[in-house]
Design a binder for this molecule. Sequence first.
Ligand code: PMP
Length: 362
Amino acid sequence: MSDRPQPQPGILEIAAYVPGRSTAGPGVKVTKLSSNESPLGASPKAIAAAEAAIAGGLEIYPEGSSRLLREALGEVHGLDPARIVCGNGSDDILHLLAQAYLGEGDEAVMSQFGFSVYPIVTRAAGAQIVMAPEADYTADVDAILAAVTERTQMVFLANPNNPTGTYISEAELDRLHAGLREDILLVVDSAYAEYVTAADYAVGAALVERAKNVVMVRTFSKMGLAALRIGWMYGPPEIVDALNRIRGPFNVNLPAQLAGAAAARDTEFTEALRLHNARWRDWLTAALSSNALRVVQSQANFVMVLFPDEEGRRARDAFAALLDQGLVVREIGVYGIGNGLRISIGSEAAMRAVVDVLKGFG
Ligand code: PMP
């Protein structure tokens, strides 16, 4: 017997999530381009809704199932609100899925450069991580299918992916699903769906409609409401039921529920963000690529820039040079991409400032 409480096996092997930095040197004005947040703030309607929720009083618990938020999402996306579960960020949803469907002896397959929360929720649930190699920073359906064993219970796919920005087409997504046993849960994490411009992309909802083993996970964090922590999932009734049994009874706070509903309906704001992103993503990609750096084609609200030396010295120097100017980007060595930086799409001024600094690193 131990002389103190011990966490479950596997917990201490987890490397805690390290968020993107939000500070530069003392006295330097910071432009944060490290967490893929909105450069246009939040929807004014969402802000008004959050303020009204606070003004209405904070002493009463919120409605527990986030009904008004689910109804707004159902209306805007053409989905059945009864098949939506909301969470305290989509990280909450990912934890709930792992808790409900993974345990000791199970395996979860994920892509080599996939989102870093998948290994955390997998280990936290006591299951094993199986990494599938990628082909040129893009999820490789054949490699994912080859990584599946009889122990596999879950497959995570971020589409588009963070931190690479790459995506797989609807046909590839369908091929992935078709290759999986029916008892394996396919988690399609479409956190960056709003920013995709590729015509052959599918958000995953259609697959959810015709399959019993697929869920689509979404978030408001990239659309101006990161601080409120709102994520959601669309899935088959049985999976929705399982998550509703184990989620926190009031896991989405009231300002978040009401602001989320208002933001979902504010399609004009969503469109403005999308347009800004598409324009400056293209611009940044072109401007940096001409400097002999490699910018991996992104469908998200950030780009991954690769520096020529594999050891990552130039990437580290570039990170420091950007930081000197108050431009905080994301180092992605934790993902095994030490020669890369992830840069969120920011304001026009921020994008021009980034290019000015990185000109010296081409
Ligand atoms: N999935 C992916 C692919 C992400 O990049 C993120 C944000 N880093 C999340 C999920 C989690 O988002 P949130 O918890 O803020 O909703």
